[in-house]
Design a protein around this ligand. Structure first.
Ligand code: ADP
Length: 591
């Protein structure tokens, strides 16, 4: 278990203080014991001298033994000690505790010997008489320079030890109390010292949970105070950094979400970690399902997987164009490393080039179509010119016919050039639409009337179904007539004799839809999306004579009105071409 800083601070202090206390206690116990004994010895010496003075009158001649003994007993009682009077020859004259007659000579007791030689003696030893360890003090009693007796005072050592023990206990108790107080103080001080650290830890926890405004007020100006201030600075810095990172992340997310290129990131194991909406639509996958799955599972396109594998094997960026397949569009794939972010991860960029490819195709076809369209009348003119030069000029009626054909070819060429110029003008927006409220009848009827003879010649029934409640539409009448004319013209051209052509109009609150329906040859589903392109002809052999521009012009006119044009068809059964126009607001319905 790790040792807390509090313990690390408190324990050494405590040990040091306890050691000092113990040393002090040991010293005190020794010192107090010694001085107690010295004191006691001094006290006992004084007592012995006093006893000597008190018993001196009964020592003169040996006649007052009884009195002496009584006095000694009395004094011993008062002093609480054993008192012994020893004659100079060693005989015990009186003793407070023992019968003197039973006692051996005391002349050679160490304290007695010491008193005789040094004037005062003391000893701690086992008493031969009372069989216990005693402390003895003896002093000689003299009168006029003559030794009368030796007075000895003794205390049992057990008593002295008892006193010393209680002193020792008091000292130990004091040391223990001081130790306990020190312990509490040491822990308290350590606690107080560490409180800034604890606050710092809590603050850091909160910063970790994103609460960057967690600031600490330092309570001291020391290193810990500095630490708290440093934490505040760090939290501020972190907040700014996170805010900057958040901004950058949002910008990056916005870029990824709105960019046209598909972006995927796969980790070192090849699992897709991220893909943007463009990648979802180009690869036709759902982000929810794609995330966490392997790159090959997500793209399901072997060419793309090969490019990615090549990058993984070589570690070098790869780039490849992948032709449109039934499962995917025409794309450019770039696989490169995501170094610096995640080792082994790959960044895959998928660019959808289908639109560009389609535009290229349309442009190529346009050039080839226009050359083709020009070649036919030019070849025809060349043939006529050659025929005329080769002698037809000499045959005036034939020459006349050839000139008529030349006229027709030149008319066709002129019409084509005009239509092209018209289309280019409308496309570039140089032809301003003069929008005004017009009736649906005015849009439809002139074209019907103009083309009716042609329809009848082709043995077709031309029928109009326009309700009386049609609102007025907003449009340029001349241009709209041209749209209906173009649609009717096609319907007549592509409907075999005996067919029916119907012009209808329907309306909603703000739109009117005009449709031209025929029972003709219809249009194959695969070419239906392309018929509004310039020069596009579904069946070149059959639509000879047309320029392929009619529908393109119609589309641009309708789009310039803000409307839409579309076609529906069942091959072999007929086609329906419709276009929608805005209702002219604030103008009451009229026919
Ligand atoms: P064109 O001058 O050839 O008629 P358009 O742009 O008007 O040129 O039409 C383009 C092609 O669309 C035509 O060549 C034809 O194949 C097809 N198309 C147009 N209208 C019809 C229709 N009503 N029925 C069948 N095919 C049609």
């Amino acid at each position: 278990m790790p040792i807390s800083i509090r313990s690390r601070i408190a324990i050494p202090y405590l040990v040091l203080i306890l050691l000092v206390m113990a040393a002090l206690a040991i010293y005190l116990i020794g010192f107090v014991g010694d001085s107690y004994r010295a004191n006691l010895q001094e006290q006992m010496t004084v007592q012995a001298q006093l006893v000597g003075d008190a018993v001196a009158p009964w020592l003169d001649d040996g006649q007052h033994t009884a009195d002496l003994r009584q006095q000694v007993a009395y004094l011993a009682d008062v002093l609480g000690a054993r008192v012994t009077i020893v004659a100079p020859d060693g005989r015990v004259l009186a003793d407070s505790d023992v019968e003197p007659e039973t006692m051996a000579s005391h002349l050679f007791r160490p304290e007695v010997q010491q008193a005789l030689t040094a004037g005062q003696g003391s000893a701690i030893r086992l008493s031969d008489t009372v069989r216990m360890r005693m402390m003895y003090v003896a002093v000689p009693l003299q009168e006029d320079g003559q030794l009368l007796a030796i007075v000895r005072v003794a205390l049992p050592l057990s008593e002295i030890e008892r006193d010393l023990a209680s002193i020792r206990r008091a000292i130990l108790l004091a040391a223990l109390v001081a130790g306990a107080v020190t312990l509490v103080l040491a822990v308290g001080i350590a606690d107080r010292m560490l409180s800034p650290l604890r606050r710092l830890r809590h603050a850091m926890d909160r910063v970790m949970q994103g609460e960057f405004d967690t600031h600490l007020v330092p309570t001291s100006r020391d290193e810990l105070g500095e630490l708290l201030l440093a934490h505040n600075r760090m939290a501020d810095h972190l907040k700014q950094t996170m805010a900057r990172l958040d901004d950058e992340r949002s910008q990056l997310r916005a870029v990824l979400e709105h960019m046209a290129d598909g972006v995927l990131i796969a980790d070192a194991e090849g699992q897709v970690q991220m893909l943007n909406p463009s990648a979802e639509s180009i690869l036709d996958v759902d982000a929810q399902r794609a995330l966490g799955r392997s790159f090959p599972q997500v793209v399901r396109e072997h060419q793309m997987i090969d490019v990615w594998q090549a990058y993984r094997e070589t570690g070098e960026s790869q780039e490849q164009l992948i032709e449109a397949t039934p499962r995917g569009p025409f794309v450019r794939v770039v696989v490169s490393s995501l170094s610096g972010v995640e080792a082994g991860a790959s960044l895959i960029i998928v660019q959808d080039l289908s639109q560009i490819r389609r535009l290229e195709t349309v442009r190529r076809e346009f050039v080839s179509n226009i050359s083709h369209e020009l070649r036919t009348p030019l070849a025809s003119l060349r043939a006529i010119a050659d025929t005329l030069r080769d002698g037809a000029l000499d045959d005036p009626p034939a020459a006349e016919r050839f000139l008529d054909r030349m006229d027709a070819e030149i008319d066709a060429l002129t019409q084509m050039v005009e239509e092209l110029m018209e289309l280019s003008r409308i496309e570039s927006g140089r032809v301003p639409m003069r929008l005004a409220p017009v009736t649906v009848a005015d849009v439809v009827w002139p074209a019907i009337e103009r083309l009716r003879p042609q329809a009848e010649r082709a043995d077709l029934v031309l029928h109009a179904d326009i309700g009386d409640d049609m609102p007025m539409v907003l449009g340029d009448l001349v241009r709209l007539n041209q749209v209906v004319t173009n649609l009717l013209h096609n319907a007549i051209k592509f409907t075999p004799p005996g067919g029916l052509i119907t012009v209808r109009a329907e309306h909603t609150a703000d739109m009117v839809t005009i449709c031209v329906e025929d029972t003709g040859i219809g249009i194959a589903p695969d070419v239906l999306p392309r018929i509004f392109e310039r020069f596009y002809k579904a069946d070149r052999a059959r639509s000879e004579g047309g320029t392929g521009l009619g529908l393109a012009i119609a589309k641009h006119i309708v789009q310039s009105h803000g409307g839409a044009i579309w076609a529906e068809s069942v091959e072999g059964q007929g086609s329906t071409f419709c276009f929608s126009l805005f209702v002219a607001q604030d103008v009451s319905a009229s026919r």
